[in-house]
Design a protein around this ligand. Structure first.
Ligand code: UDP
Length: 476
């Protein structure tokens, strides 16, 4: 069986927080299984972007499937969540389902060319409809969860039990998570109104149900970091679960630029606060004002990645009225504030010794990128499983303090609270020590010592995953 050609097909959803870990997974597979053919599939624009970011000499095949955003109420050439406001995400999800026939043709083409179907499909949980195609061709179907285990488990469960109308009452508890009071964790905007019949419920419940039938699930996490989350996830899914993280960028996708690099170099060790809300989220204009006031009040050096607030087109030019009067001018050229518009080289910033804390929306990639560098987190979760990531980091790992939550009109943000959270995290030795210890745990998962001794738990997870896929291979 091992002698046969083995082809692995990876298919991430069209969001940066999905594509990046899938590419990293593809590279990890290539490193340990250099004889396997690896194909990563996506839409033309995302593939073009990937082509320019692949390391020189990469052996990963990139294949694009035809995609027409404009026939689904999306601006032309929309192929990534990065390019659209949140209310259009549902259109992108719907449009993504039209990729099914082209994906089927791709699997048929590979089968014909290789003389054997692929060894496995590794699909995003938002592309769990690939299960039908896998079954048709007798291919092992796996799902790769790019979020953490605890957050994913909670989301699976939350979509099962709808509606959550009494989510803010103390009597409420989630059947699969009796210890959790939902008012502690806060529901994301779309879950508050979900009643089972709305567009998001119908779509995600169908996708989640298919996902639970996947032959195996890979997770971008670490066994020793998320033991409890992984056992909760096992309650939600049928197939075996293999943690294979932390899969994260080791170098920046965008280079730092001399200005920022010099600015960081000029700051004392662990003194800078990095502020960013990920690749697709923003906060409200009124919240930006409070955050700016808190940052100014702490007098600590900060880098803030600023995007247009909720309600504005994400591609519009920055407007100074979203900030306190004169804020940008007061910061310009000083050692206190470095403002970046739209996109920053996050990994380079987090790996710089001057960076001391990360005020983050707690997207899973940001969480891993921060902790692997031993940088503690000031949480401001905004949507999806970010509320549970933040809760896990605060209560189980002890590396996070929440400053605020949400970006709804009703999400109240207090300048003093933000300021307090920043001060606690930046001054607390215990939080720093725990962040450093977490970095050690995360890094050791993908390490192997000389002579293959002491193989990290995620490398073992990857090996067990392929042993399982190979053992299920039906070859005639
Ligand atoms: N990112 C970046 N620069 C930015 C914003 C985001 O490089 O200005 C990267 C970040 O390093 C991470 C990803 O985009 O790898 C965001 O993923 P995450 O899971 O944290 O959040 P999402 O964007 O999916 O909400």
């Amino acid at each position: 069986m091992e002698g046969k050609k083995q082809h692995v097909v990876l298919f991430p959803f069209m969001g940066q927080g999905h594509i990046t870990p899938f590419l990293l997974l593809a590279e990890l597979i290539h490193e340990y299984y250099p004889d396997y053919t690896i194909t990563l599939v996506n839409t033309p624009l995302n593939i073009r972007n990937l082509q320019s970011s692949l390391p020189p000499g990469s052996k990963i095949n990139l294949k694009s499937l035809p995609f027409d955003a404009s026939s689904h109420g999306l601006p032309p050439d929309t192929e990534n969540t990065k390019a659209i406001p949140f209310h259009l995400f549902i259109n992108l999800f719907r449009a993504s389902e039209t990729l099914e026939p082209a994906f089927e043709r791709l699997i048929a083409g590979i089968t014909e060319e290789d003389g054997i179907p692929p060894l496995c499909i590794i699909a995003d949980n938002f592309f769990s409809w690939t299960l039908h195609i896998a079954r048709k061709f007798g291919v092992f179907h796996s799902t790769f969860l790019t979020s953490g285990a605890y957050g994913s488990a909670l989301l699976f469960s939350l979509w099962k039990y709808l509606p959550h109308r009494n989510a803010y009452s103390d009597e409420f508890s989630l059947p699969d998570f009796p210890e959790i009071r939902l008012h502690h964790t806060q529901l994301s905007n779309i879950l508050v109104v979900a009643d089972g019949g709305d567009a998001w419920s119908v779509l995600l419940r169908r996708l989640n149900e298919l996902c639970t039938r996947s032959d195996a699930v890979l997770v971008n996490t670490v066994k020793e970091f998320e033991a409890r989350g992984l056992s909760m996830l096992r309650e939600q899914l049928q197939g075996p679960i293999f943690p294979v993280g932390p899969l994260l960028c080791t170098s920046a996708s965008h280079s730092m630029g001399m200005d920022l690099s010099d600015w960081l170099d000029s700051q004392p060790s662990a003194s800078v606060l990095y502020v960013s809300f990920g690749s697709q989220n923003t906060i409200r204009a009124s919240q930006m004002l409070k955050l700016a006031m808190a940052l100014e009040a702490t007098s600590r050096p900060f880098i803030w990645v600023i995007r247009p607030p909720v309600g504005f087109d994400v591609r519009v030019q920055f407007k100074s009225e979203w900030l306190p009067e004169g804020f940008e001018d007061r910061m310009r050229g000083t050692k206190q504030g470095f403002i970046v518009h739209q996109w920053a080289p996050q990994v380079e910033i987090l790996s710089h010794p001057s960076t001391g804390a990360f005020l983050s929306h707690c997207g899973w990639n940001s969480v891993l990128e921060s902790l692997v560098h031993g940088v503690p987190i000031i949480g401001w979760p905004l949507s999806a499983e970010q509320f549970y990531n933040s809760k896990f980091l605060m209560e189980e790992v002890g590396v996070c303090v929440e400053a605020a939550r949400g970006n709804r009109e009703s999400s109240e943000v207090k300048k003093e609270e933000v300021e307090r959270a920043i001060e606690i995290v930046m001054d607390n030795e215990e939080i720093r020590r725990k962040a450093k210890e977490t970095a050690r745990v995360l890094k050791s998962a993908l390490k192997e010592e000389e002579n293959n001794t002491n193989v990290g738990s995620s490398l073992r997870g990857l090996k067990e995953f392929f042993q399982t896929a190979l053992s299920k291979r039906v070859v005639t």
